[in-house]
Design a protein around this ligand. Sequence first.
Ligand code: NAD
Length: 250
Amino acid sequence: MMSPPRPEDIQVLAELVRRAQYCVALTGAGVSTESGLPDFRSPDTGLWERLDPMVYLSTEALEDQPGLFYTTGMELLQGLVGAEPNEAHRGLASLERDGLVKSIVTQNIDGLHHKAGSKRVYEVHGHLRSGHCTACRANVSFAALVEKVGQGQIPPRCDRCGGTLRPDVVLFGDPMPEAFRLAEREVLRSDLLLVLGSSLQVAPVCYLPQYATNVAIVNLEPTQYDGLAAVVIHAPAGEVMAALVEEIAR
Ligand code: NAD
């Protein structure tokens, strides 16, 4: 499963990227595993093997079981803070600088695309930079929220109105944010959707490849869209992106 990418596949992918007028990348948790962050669905190492995030990272848990949300759920979220970008993030940022990737639609909340220097990033599942009050919508930094939880304030309370604070991530049960509508527009506009490190099982993001005219897939495991893709590479995203950037620079 972890075999390196084949040079002939990289050449095909490089040609697709070079020829595209508007290439958009769609990334998932698999682009960050090489930064040491576990994904949800990888066999053995995926977080799903231990606990079901649909239970403890849900609006239901936030409202009815804040103890569960702010211990187990928060532990998972905090575990995604502080990692460093890898070759996959850096490669995408470099292709964006060269005008070859127009934007990134990401399901990740770890902020690593920003950290790698990407500019046009649509974080369709939110991020870990901030939170807000569910009552008065006052903004708070994610660090302040973590501090309150660390001090045993569960659920953490808004300094202004005493309402419950929550992180700015999209929980199971939440509506999709504005970023998702903009991401849909990007995919409709694209003539190449480069999907990296996503099982393409989480709705509604998993429907996006259906709107794309041309799809390329880089993932360790097969996805439901492999049959539709112009090229499928089952290899680590970081290695593929490093090889792709090198091939394009030739
Ligand atoms: P997923 O866990 O469902 O799937 C990840 C896919 O990436 C798997 O199919 C796996 O085979 C593949 N993969 C793992 N390592 C890889 C690598 N090095 N190179 C290429 N492929 C690799 O992830 P998903 O599709 O993004 O959906 C899960 C949800 O989990 C998302 O909504 C996301 O918000 C959330 N999540 C985010 C993070 C993060 O921000 N880093 C981490 C865990 C979960």
